[in-house]
Design a protein around this ligand. Structure first.
Ligand SMILES: [Fe+2]
Length: 295
C-alpha cells in the first residue's frame, strides 16, 4: 500500500501510514519519505522495532552520511559503543538513572532549550531520527516549532533586515547560559560554526529561520544587539501557533529536518522514571542522488 501522511498540525508534522522502516530499501519509498520531509518537516512513524544497527543503516539509506557524535563527545564517550548513535536517555554508563549532580545530566538539560541539532558544527545536522525505546508513564514530550511558517509570518521589513545575516553557533555558549561550563581543553574541541540566519530548503525552496539556543551572536554586529535580535526571533518563532507537542509512544520514530524546525525536550521526573531514546543525525551536505522526488 502506498505511503501516505496525515497532517497533525496546521503548518507541519505528518503521521505516516503503517510501514516497517527497517525493511525499507527501495528507492521509490525512500524518495516518498524525503518528499514527505520536504512537505511536513517532521514525520512520525509508529510501531518501529529498530535494533541499534538497523536504525543506523536506515538513517544512512534515507539521507547519507551520519554525524559521529557532537557536543557531549568533548567530555564523554557514548555508552552505546557507536558514536553515530546518540544516547538520548537519563541513564548513566552502567544503565542506571543518573544522579541529580551527574555532569552528563547537566549537559543533557540543555536539550530543554529551543535548538536545532548540531548547528554548532560544520556541516551541521540535516535530519535527526529519534526512536523511543523506553517511555515514562508520565508525559515527557518533545516540542517542535516550524521555522518555515515562522519565517513566512515575519514582517517584510524584518525579512529585509535579516536576509544576509549570519550567526555564530556554539554549544559552549548554550550550555554556559544554563550554568554548565566546559573546561578550556574541552572548549578547544568546540570552536563553533557560522551559518546563515535565513535558509532556503533545497527541493521545497521554502525559506526558514535557522535559529537555536546555540546561536551566540550575529556576525559583524555588536554582541548585545545580536543577542537581542536572536531572542526576538526565537520568541516569535516559538509562538504557540508554530509549535507541535509530541507525546512519545514506545516504538515511535520521529524524523525532523533541522534546517526547517527547532525542538526542545519538556521536563519530567527524571530521578524517578527511565526514558530511553536513540538518535541518528545526518550531515547537511550535498546529496545529488537524493535530488529526485518520488512521483
Ligand atoms: Fe536535539
Amino acid at each position: 500500500m502506498a505511503l501516505t501522511f496525515r497532517k497533525l498540525h496546521q503548518h507541519f508534522v505528518g503521521e505516516a501510514s503503517p510501514l516497517e522502516l527497517r525493511t525499507v530499501r527501495d528507492e521509490e519509498t525512500l524518495a516518498r519519505i524525503r518528499a514527505g520531509m520536504d512537505a511536513y518537516a517532521v514525520l512520525v512513524f509508529r510501531d518501529q522495532s529498530f535494533s541499534d544497527d538497523e536504525q543506523i543503516a536506515f538513517g544512512e539509506r534515507l539521507d547519507g552520511r551520519l554525524h559521529q557524535g557532537t557536543g557531549s563527545r568533548a567530555f564523554t564517550k557514548s555508552r552505546l559503543g557507536n558514536e553515530a548513535l546518540s544516547d538520548i536517555s537519563n541513564l548513566d554508563a552502567s544503565g542506571e538513572i543518573m544522579k541529580a549532580d551527574d555532569r552528563r545530566r547537566h549537559y543533557t538539560l540543555g536539550n530543554r532549550l529551543w535548538h536545532t541539532d548540531a548547528s554548532f558544527v560544520d556541516p551541521p545536522g540535516r535530519y535527526s531520527m529519534l526512536h523511543a525505546r523506553v517511555v515514562p508513564p508520565v508525559s515527557a514530550d518533545t516540542e517542535f516549532a516550524d521555522m518555515r511558517a515562522a519565517y513566512d509570518a515575519l514582517a517584510v521589513d524584518t525579512k529585509v533586515q535579516i536576509e544576509e545575516l549570519r550567526a555564530h553557533h556554539s554549544v559552549a555558549y548554550s550550555r554556559h547560559v544554563l550554568g554548565f561550563e566546559f573546561s578550556a581543553e574541552e572548549q578547544e574541541k568546540l570552536k563553533g560554526a557560522i551559518h546563515p540566519l535565513v535558509r532556503t530548503i533545497p527541493r521545497s525552496l521554502r525559506r526558514s529561520l535557522y535559529l537555536a539556543s546555540h546561536a551566540s551572536r550575529i556576525v559583524d554586529w555588536p554582541v548585545p544587539e545580536g543577542r537581542l535580535l536572536l531572542r526576538d526571533l526565537i520568541e516569535h518563532a516559538t509562538r504557540p501557533e508554530f509549535v507541535y507537542r509530541h507525546a512519545w509512544r514506545v516504538g515511535d520514530l520521529v524524523i525532523w529536518d533541522n534546517r526547517a524546525t527547532m525542538h526542545r525536550a519538556r521536563p519530567f521526573d527524571d530521578a524517578k522514571y527511565r526514558r530511553e531514546l536513540r538518535r541518528v543525525t545526518t550531515l547537511d551536505i550535498e546529496q545529488p542522488a537524493f535530488a529526485a522526488v518520488g512521483s
